[in-house]
Design a protein around this ligand. Sequence first.
Ligand code: HEC
Ligand SMILES: [Cu+2]
Length: 348
Amino acid sequence: MRRRTGERLGRAARSVAGLSAALLAKPAAAATPMSFLGGWGSRAYPVVDLTWEALIISIAVCLIITLLVAWGALAKRSRSAFGPIGAEPVERRPGGMKWIVWGVGLSVIPLVVTLIWTVSVLAAVNQPKGAEPFTIEVTGHQWWWEVRYRDADPSRVFVTANEIHIPVGHPVRLELKGADVIHSFWVPALAGKTDTIPGQTNVTWLEADRAGRYVGQCTEYCGLQHAHMAVFVIADPPAVFAHWWQSQLAAAAPPATVEAQQGQALFVTKCGSCHTVNGTMAQGKVAPDLTHLMSRATIAAGAAPNTPAGLSGWIANPQGVKPGTLMPTLYLSGPQLTQVRGYLETLK
Ligand code: HEC
Ligand SMILES: [Cu+2]
């Protein structure tokens, strides 16, 4: 019941947000608007209900105060028959105390309700109910997210970036870390904010009830490109998710064409000190793992779409796409750019 109210309000909020997103014509990163007024999973529902309660009470408080102030001002004016403003003698009339008693009494009730509600929501979302979830390690970097899927079997561990796939209807445990400065992980439709702090591991969890793509964002100011540090949670039906995980484990297939081979050689020398492509000599660890780059819809934490044009633009001039990004401009010639991009497109 509660959940349905949340969903209905959520849908209304999403259509409003969708309209404004359409009007602003944002890039791919904003394809699904970020709204904290609707939730889509067991971690989010209690928080969204509390958000609405607090929002409605706050609006009511503002309205009541506005009405009382207006009433006070207007009531005073109607008594101006006593003389010009200021000429009225200040007098102490009995009965003022009742306003204080009523005012304090009435405000204490919603405050106490909100306090109890908040504490119970914190308890409710602290731990997922049901099946023991698996763990994904998410590390905030300036300005992208490293994502490592953990498994008891080391041959099933892999690393990806910025796009986190999860199975629909299953809670997933997240271990959040920071590589450089403090970031904060926030996917509003699924869970509240949790900071990623260097030297510390924060644990949270999330769950999505419905298949889809949920947009999140770094929400702790972390430097120049903080605003271009999106994260995407993609909830897949469990069978699709299992297949995705399996496909991420494979090393990159050797390039089939001469051009792609040249691209790979260039990639290893020019890009391999920062990026990893499993199955090649490129084993850099300071930038997103590109072994399955083509399985992602966006690049550079949502700053550009993962299309041939998006990739070319990024490789040719990352500083133009995301000024200040820690990927330097590599000054490839036109043919080199085509070869490297062609090679990246084989990384399915
Ligand atoms: C000095 C290290 C460094 C080198 C060298 C480097 N990159 Fe990067 N690259 C990065 C960093 C850091 C990012 C993440 C940037 C961001 O999102 O702000 C990145 C992001 C990318 C991405 C987007 C990945 C994703 O999933 O979002 C692609 C594609 C890419 N680089 C390709 C290349 C290619 C091709 C080369 C060689 C021509 C190269 N990079 C060389 C550091 C480097
Ligand atoms: Cu950040």
